[in-house]
Ligand binder design. Sequence first.
Ligand SMILES: [Zn+2]
Ligand SMILES: [Zn+2]
Ligand SMILES: [Zn+2]
Length: 324
Amino acid sequence: MKSFKCHQCTHPINFDNSICGGCGSPLGFLSQRKTVSTLVQREDGWEVPAYPQGRYRYCRNHHHNTCNWLVPANSSRALCKACELNRTVPNPEHPEQVKIWKHLETAKHRLVYELLCLRLPLQSKTGNPKTGLAFDFLPYHVSNFTQQGALAAYSQGVITVDLAEAESVLREKNRDIIGESAGTLIGSFRHEIGHYYWEIIVQSETELLEEFRELFGDERADYSQAIQHYYETGPPQDWRDRFLSVYGAAHPWEDWAETWAHYLHMTDSLETAHACGVRVKTNMDVAGINDINRRKGRPDLYPFVLPPPALEKLRFIHQLIRRR
Ligand SMILES: [Zn+2]
Ligand SMILES: [Zn+2]
Ligand SMILES: [Zn+2]
């Protein structure tokens, strides 16, 4: 993620801020420019000082304090690019649900930002029922997931999120059972969106699918049986030599989704480090960054040791994204 500054007072501002902490100016995110900007009120809408020719209004979800993205003032759309992906949202009358929804939206907006930066296709299911994407944020235990302790699940273009599990993930649990990416909201979203891109990019291209099978294995292996087997017997002894994360050992689809999530994790971390002026040149520098965290008693910033097959899988994803 890039770093942003208030145009009015140069105070650093965060991606999800609606008000500048330095001068109190209103802020909004302009998805076309991928930037957070200070806003100036004009008669016909908000003006973004760097691009004074356009006028904007906030996305409708700004009312609920779950979104700070802007929509062109003359657009017929009420929702921004990130919020139009929502199909079911929590009841805004329930303050507890809205509180969790806000955390989920912060992570989801961040994910959408990453996808826009990588120029990956992103369409809502409302506009494109066949290949579009939708999010269902479901209240406590309506989601009925098969995977124990899962925050989110993917099926046919829909990412379903269980608010109860989201709350528990906010309290950090289960990381060691359900894989690294499931330990955080953004990690879960990066994983689930990986399943979506497998479907709309890899599945339909014979050559890609063959290459995928060579690296990740044959995804036609019975999925429910594989998952059940994984939970009953645990991962194979040598999983560290073959997979990036333990959950990748469950099924080729999960290996792909974990690798995809890790790719987004890496690109975002590198962009953030670059924006903050951090330069990582050697493995020693990475060890140094981990050491800073250890001294605070925190887990390593980059705890992964990637075996050669996992690197090949990451390279496959990198090339696939670059080609597009
Ligand atoms: Zn300011
Ligand atoms: Zn929005
Ligand atoms: Zn998965």
